[in-house]
Design a binder for this molecule. Structure first.
Ligand code: ADP
Ligand code: ADP
Ligand code: ADP
Length: 214
């Protein structure tokens, strides 16, 4: 299966992608996680990405598309993938379509995770992620780690993302509305969009997503 997850920052894309990827047995590809891995390895790509991410802006398309393409061409993505955070604007969606066409494959669905703004702000404010792997995601009240500040999965240190500060979140929400939301219409025109209510317990949201994919 080839699936794209869309939704505002904090909607639960990463959380759901991890769970869906396990059930569907396809890799979870998060461009945000790929950038953060580059930042912690201090690569040139990481340095470039950080300068945009810290402001809440999108990393330029050329490098983002090249990175996503490279990841989708890895052998484990042959049987499918779950894209989380990519595409994030219409030119990225067009680039993805081109890549899929070249390979003779198609997307199965675009899951649009919906949650009201006051909820995503609460989710982001309490989000804590692991230094070793930013796909290990916690929340200070909704998903408390067993030991404060320590990742349950790998023992890494938990911290708050620099771009989860209140001010940067405002920019990210605006970027979402102006640049990312238009891809929903782009994919509606292809008949691919399924809207998923992202409120309520994590398991229920996963069940809604799986039901929509049947
Ligand atoms: P969120 O969990 O808030 O949706 P992500 O981890 O997906 O955040 O993204 C964090 C930041 O990484 C974005 O604000 C942006 O700067 C950068 N980023 C991630 N994916 C992309 C993309 N597809 N295009 C451009 N920038 C991206
Ligand atoms: P995104 O990738 O869309 O930015 P995340 O999956 O990182 O979102 O979730 C943002 C925060 O909200 C995390 O701290 C996560 O633990 C929490 N969260 C995710 N889904 C839910 C949910 N259904 N209910 C409560 N908290 C949630
Ligand atoms: P399981 O491993 O059985 O799926 P967890 O131990 O991960 O469950 O979750 C326990 C509780 O925390 C559940 O009520 C679930 O909805 C919630 N939860 C799980 N993951 C997250 C997350 N990333 N963010 C917020 N809440 C979560």
């Amino acid at each position: 299966m080839r699936i794209v997850l869309v939704g505002p920052p904090g909607a639960g894309k990463g959380t759901q992608a991890t769970r869906l990827a396990e059930t569907l047995r396809v890799p979870h590809i998060s461009t945000g996680d790929l950038f953060r891995a580059n930042i912690s390895r201090q690569t040139d790509l990481g340095k470039l990405a950080k300068s945009y991410m810290d402001k809440g802006e999108l990393v330029p398309d050329t490098v983002t598309i090249a990175m996503a393409k490279d990841r989708m061409e890895q052998p484990d993505a042959e049987r499918g993938f779950l894209l989380d955070g990519f595409p994030r604007n219409v030119s990225q969606a067009e680039a993805l379509d081109e890549l899929l066409t070249t390979e003779g494959i198609k997307l199965d669905a675009v899951l649009d995770l919906e949650a009201p703004e006051e909820e995503v702000v609460k989710r982001i404010a309490g989000r804590r992620i692991c230094r070793k792997d930013s796909a290990h995601v916690f929340h200070v009240t909704y998903k408390k780690p067993q030991q404060e500040g320590v990742c349950d999965v790998c023992g890494g240190e938990l911290y708050q993302r620099d771009d989860d500060s209140e001010e940067t979140v405002r920019t990210r929400l605006e970027v979402y509305h102006t640049q990312t939301e238009p891809i929903i219409d782009y994919y509606k025109a292809q008949g691919l969009v399924v809207t998923i209510d992202s409120m309520g317990p994590v398991e229920q949201v996963t069940d809604r997503a799986l039901a929509a994919l049947k």
